[in-house]
Design a protein around this ligand. Sequence first.
Ligand code: 6PG
Length: 256
Amino acid sequence: AGHPKLYVFPTAAALQSDLYTYVLQAQADAFARHNIFKVAVSGGSLPAYLASHELLNSRDIRWDKWEIFFADERAVPLDHPDSNYGLLKKKLLDKIPIERGTPVVVPIDVDKLDDTQELADAYEQALVKSFAAKDSVKLPMFDLILLGCGNDGHTCSLFPGHPLLREDVAWVGAIDDAPKSPPRRITLSLMVLQHALKVAFVAAGASKHEVMKRIFDEHPDVQGGQVLPSALVNQRAGDKVSWFCDEDAAGGVAFP
Ligand code: 6PG
């Protein structure tokens, strides 16, 4: 599958401009396939990095043709401080000038918050509706999935050593014991990440340096015998993956 690409910028601000160019290319690739741009976004710092002045104001970004899903989401109401929907709204959606168009955003079904499995199943149904019937397509093919990487190597809400990493049926998994608060979440499964046309990680800051070394260096992926979830994405999706990092996170990091 080839190697992922690793782009390292002097500062976090500098990576935003290349991230914008990359997103624009992903949008063009999507329009060559269909008249829509299907994107999944994570929480954490990702929405803020995505929402550069350049991207928000570009005439080339066709917000009216974006369909945005959540790569992972917390089992909380949409107006809760922990909600990734709320975060995206605040950091990105509310900043899109009205004349630039409005994306379709697919949030979780808040009637299902009491049971994360039901919440995950309902989100999977929303994907089925968008990507065609589950028996006609084995997996949804996102045009672009935008991810963050935790200091422990997690991505989406796929945590190191968690049984959900072995999920091979569900498109969306439920988790009640996330080691990062809040514990109750849903997440795209690894095979959905693997099946996307493009996957981009954004990782910045010195706190990520150790895990970046573990993900990319000589003994790449092993943490107590377990392959880190972010490294699994690298392995499975190969050259479909691009990393946008700053020097603090990825200075001196490279494939062996
Ligand atoms: C979540 C996020 C999570 C995040 C990473 C990195 O909802 O918890 O989607 O996967 O992307 O924890 O977060 P930072 O970018 O803030 O370091």
